[in-house]
Design a protein around this ligand. Structure first.
Ligand SMILES: [Zn+2]
Length: 169
């Protein structure tokens, strides 16, 4: 393994960890989706509402807190909701209904896309959401990463590093 690439990967990961110490990342909830549509991801409460729509439940029953019915029906209801675990995906994840960031793990393709996005629109500040995005990138940065990914990640992480350095000298 190329020693230089190994050092670059370690440096990138160290910086991301330090950035996450300074600006703790959000802790998003996992993705949920409806078994029937293989479609969008939702946060848990929006998944329940989407499932209620699918069930044709009226507005009063859409509120998950007031959900009560016979056990079999309730089971069928919840059987239609899948998720709650991390899957690899080609893009970041947000709830289809409320837009809340959801937890995700990027594929290498997703990392390339995400780095391209950051290079085109550099960060102006590092918020908790950005720390989380960097933390996710970090999962795919290792000495076996391609040179392109390592170099682009180095640029993006150094931008964030400088921003954090300016706020916390
Ligand atoms: Zn939601």
């Amino acid at each position: 393994m190329n020693v230089r690439q190994k050092l670059i990967a370690e440096r990138i990961r160290d910086r991301i960890w330090r950035i996450c110490e300074i600006v703790p990342p959000i802790k998003p909830e996992p993705q949920f989706w409806l078994e029937s549509d293989c479609g969008p991801s939702y946060c848990h409460s929006c998944a329940i509402k989407a499932r209620a729509d699918e069930f044709g439940l009226g507005v009063p029953l859409r509120d998950s807190n007031r959900w009560h019915c016979e056990t079999d029906l309730e089971e069928a209801f919840y059987d239609g909701i899948d998720g709650g675990r991390d899957l690899e995906s080609d893009s970041t994840a947000a709830c289809y209904s409320c837009g809340e960031t959801l937890s995700y793990i990027l594929t290498d393709y997703g990392v390339t896309e995400e780095l391209g996005y950051y290079l085109e629109s550099p960060l102006a500040s590092v918020r908790a959401e950005d720390s989380y995005a960097l933390d996710r990138l970090c999962l795919n940065i290792y000495e076996g990463s391609s040179r392109k990914i390592l170099l682009e990640a180095a640029v993006v992480v150094n931008q964030a590093w400088q921003l954090v350095g300016q706020v916390h000298p």
